[in-house]
Structure formats: C-alpha cells, structure tokens
Design a protein around this ligand. Structure first.
Ligand code: 0L1
Ligand code: MG
Length: 262
C-alpha cells in the first residue's frame, strides 16, 4: 500500500531536518519497509517542493550511481536521479564548510547543459546529443543523511540522492569539440591522485545518463526543459573528505575544478 500523503510530508521534513542540523539518521525503509519506488520519488518531490516554497531554486538535475565504480562502491546496480538547488552551489576554488555537513564525499562529474526540450519515454542518445548546448566540468559533494552512508536505493532516492553541494568550474566547450567517451578525468586530493577515469565510465557515454534521466522524468509525467543543467554522475568512486582537504578535478579539454574544505 502506498504511503499516505501525511507520511510522505513527514519523511521529507525528517530528511530535511537531518540536512539542516548535519545529524545523520537511520535509513527510512527501516521504519517503512513496504515503501515502494513511487513513495521514494514522492518524498524527494516533497523535499524539492519544501525548498522551492522557501525560495531555494532548483538549478539542475543530477544522475547518480551511473558508473560501475560508484555502483560497486555502494552495492547497487541501478542509476538514480535527483536535483540540485541554488544554495548548494559554490564557486570554483571556494571553501566548503565541513561543519555544515555530515560525512561529505566528492565526485568528478561531466555536466551537460541542454538547448532544446527533451521528452521521454523512448528518448534516444542521438536526441540528447542534438540537444546539448555545452559541456562543463563539475565536482559534486554528496552527503548522505544516512548513518555511515548505509542505505538502500529507495532510502537514497527519498534523500535526494545525497545531494549536498556542487561546484561548476573549468571552461565550457561545445560537445562537437569533445569526445565525451574518451575524455579523461583525474581526481586529486591534497595534491595526490586518488582516482581517474574517462567519460565512458558513465554508462558508456555521459549522454546515456541524460537519456536515462529523460526516460525517468517521463515516468514522473515531466520533461527536461531547454536550458537544464544535468550532472551526469561521478566518473569514479566517491572520495571522502575532511576539514583541511583540497580537491582538484582535472578534466581533459575542460580545465580544472577545485574546492577546499574548512
Ligand atoms: O551522486 C551520486 O552518485 C550519489 C548517489 C547516491 C548514493 C551515494 O550517496 O553515494
Ligand atoms: Mg554524483
């Protein structure tokens, strides 16, 4: 039986409180084991509505768990989708306050900005390639609200796929100037290389993550409007960070995105 609306709203509030107070909670399926996929996305949508009602704008969408490395790290085998809000954005090189977060990790992501509407079901990669306005490099800071990052996919969907902060930096390029599959990414922490991969790590091609997002949105009765920024998912496993760490994600042809944790 689907969760009733009052429970959906209460769970969205519960997860947002965990975010605001930087205190972890146990995964929500512990208390709601019969929760289904639709319930999980309804909670995420309620979370988004709470933020938007407060004036926090949705500025992008995110695909998560799109690389084998990330799926293996988290023990799941399906991608997931969430959103990013304006207050989550930090400038390239900025310091992110660790005290505002629970147990952050960073991910290097290829981000795609679209110029035409995309609509599923049946969205195809050729339509996504035709719809790309430009490509920019980014780093996502994920911060699951669940204790020790221990969750199942339904709990993580409800928790907006651990979205917390993000940085867009480097330089934007036209997609036809790039081979998004062979585009190399090197992730450094405190000057040491901690992970590296190429764009193909993301579902064979980062645009394939956008295809999956568009088809997912169709299942929620939505489309992807022109001008959307989509973070296509970490190319490598996520890297844990603490106060004092500095991160540089170096993207072939797209420059470097950097951030510090204070
Ligand atoms: O952006 C992501 O890949 C995060 C997906 C949610 C799972 C996690 O917190 O690692
Ligand atoms: Mg991510």
């Amino acid at each position: 039986m689907p969760l009733d609306n009052a429970t959906i709203q209460a769970l969205a509030e519960h997860l947002e409180n965990a975010e605001h107070t930087a205190r972890d909670v146990t995964k929500i399926t512990d208390d709601h084991p019969s929760m289904d996929w639709d319930d999980a996305y309804r909670i995420q949508e309620a979370l988004q509505a709470r933020k938007e009602a407060r004036g926090q704008k949705t500025v992008g969408l995110k695909c998560g768990l799109t690389s084998r490395a990330k799926m293996k790290q988290m023990g799941v085998d399906l991608p997931c989708f969430g959103f990013v809000s304006d207050y989550m954005a930090s400038a390239d090189g900025a310091e992110i306050k660790i005290a505002e977060l629970i147990h952050p990790k960073v991910e290097a992501e290829i981000c795609i900005v679209t110029k035409t509407d995309l609509r599923g079901p049946g969205c195809h990669i050729a339509q996504v390639l035709a719809a790309i306005d430009f490509v920019v490099p980014g780093v996502e800071v994920i911060d699951s609200r669940y204790r020790d990052f221990k969750f199942d996919l339904k709990s993580v969907l409800a928790d907006n796929t651990s979205a917390s902060r993000f940085v867009i930096g480097g330089r934007s390029r036209q997609a036809d100037e790039l081979d998004l599959r062979t585009l190399g990414v090197v992730l450094e922490k405190n000057g040491e290389i901690v992970a590296m991969a190429a764009g193909a790590a993301v579902m064979g091609h980062p645009a394939a993550a956008v295809v999956a997002l568009v088809n997912h949105l169709a299942s929620r009765g939505r489309d992807l409007p022109a001008g959307s920024m989509v973070m296509t998912g970490g190319v490598t496993e996520a890297i844990a960070v603490k106060a004092g760490d500095s991160i540089a994600a170096r993207f072939q042809d797209l420059g470097t995105v950097s951030l510090r944790f204070g």
